[in-house]
Design a binder for this molecule. Structure first.
Ligand code: OAD
Length: 251
């Protein structure tokens, strides 16, 4: 259980006055929903599974069936889970500030499920599909397939529309993320290890525009020396932050 967090008065004021806020989320934002993170804790994905096998195009080409099944299992797990209070606080923040942008590295769709309107997905979405030649594929036609189907347009294999290692981020998403980061006045990273580029460049863009950098994380991260750190779990810190900024309990 995270202790009661004390908030800097400057942060409270900045948040009350902010016209343009970014919540930048990583796996830690969904941890309390039951989604495993990648690098921390004993059940982290990249502790138990080899990135080369499950999160690269080479891995998919070597064994499409294995990778397809792994994502199918993750998709089914996520479908049984729900957004947690952290997602809900972030979604409600748009009632309070003129512009709230969520930039997420998560692929679980929980921000949209919680009601956030402006969500930029940097690493794709596990519920979406495309073929190896980038033709979009309707989810309902392949979602339950036990093996990677073939694209109806070009006949190549269908894969999850997520970003794998060594692949570029979706250009438009990253361009928008950079633009919004440069313009924001408060940039709050929630549950991010900041170990994966280019997503982890975004705080630098925000800092170059003079933004207040904040992070919420129960563990130390390489972002500690750049950001005002709220040490605790997202689902516990964010409702406290809401209360401190808006003077009302979050429910
Ligand atoms: P990581 O697993 O690298 O880091 C998760 C962070 O969340 C860590 O710093 C934890 O301390 C923190 N954390 C854990 N529980 C938390 C909680 N309840 N509240 C707040 N924070 C908590 O995940 P990401 O930073 O998201 O990319 O990883 C970035 C990318 O690496 C992922 O999008 C994925 C992965 O490989 C791809 O697959 C392309």
């Amino acid at each position: 259980m995270t202790d009661t967090v004390t908030f800097d008065e400057g942060l409270i004021k900045a948040l009350r006055e902010a016209e343009n806020i970014i919540f930048f989320t990583g796996a830690g934002a969904s941890a309390e929903s039951g989604v495993p993170t990648f690098r921390t804790g004993t059940d982290s994905l990249w502790v138990d599974f080899d990135v080369e096998d499950y999160a690269t195009l080479d891995g998919f080409n070597r064994n499409p069936q294995k990778v397809w099944q792994w994502y199918k299992g993750r998709r089914e797990n996520m479908a049984a889970l729900q957004p947690n209070v952290a997602h809900h606080v972030i979604a409600r923040w748009q009632e309070k500030a003129p512009r709230v942008t969520v930039i997420t590295q998560n692929i679980d769709n929980f921000h949209q499920d919680a009601g956030s309107d402006l969500v930029i997905e940097l690493h794709g979405n596990i519920h979406h599909f495309k073929c190896l030649n980038d033709h979009p594929v309707e989810s309902s036609s392949v979602d339950n397939s036990e093996e990677p189907p073939l694209c109806e347009i070009c006949g190549s294999l269908v894969r999850p529309d997520v970003v794998w290692f060594n692949e570029p981020l979706p250009q438009e998403a990253f361009d928008h993320a950079e633009m919004f980061s440069r313009e924001c006045s408060v940039f709050i990273a929630v549950g991010c290890s900041m170990e994966v580029q280019p997503a982890a460049f975004l705080p630098a863009f925000a800092a170059s525009g003079g933004a207040y950098l904040v992070q919420i994380n129960p563990e130390a991260s390489i972002f500690d020396k750049y950001a005002y750190t709220l040490r605790g779990k997202a689902g516990e810190v964010l409702p406290q932050l809401w209360q401190a900024v808006w003077g009302e309990s979050f429910n």
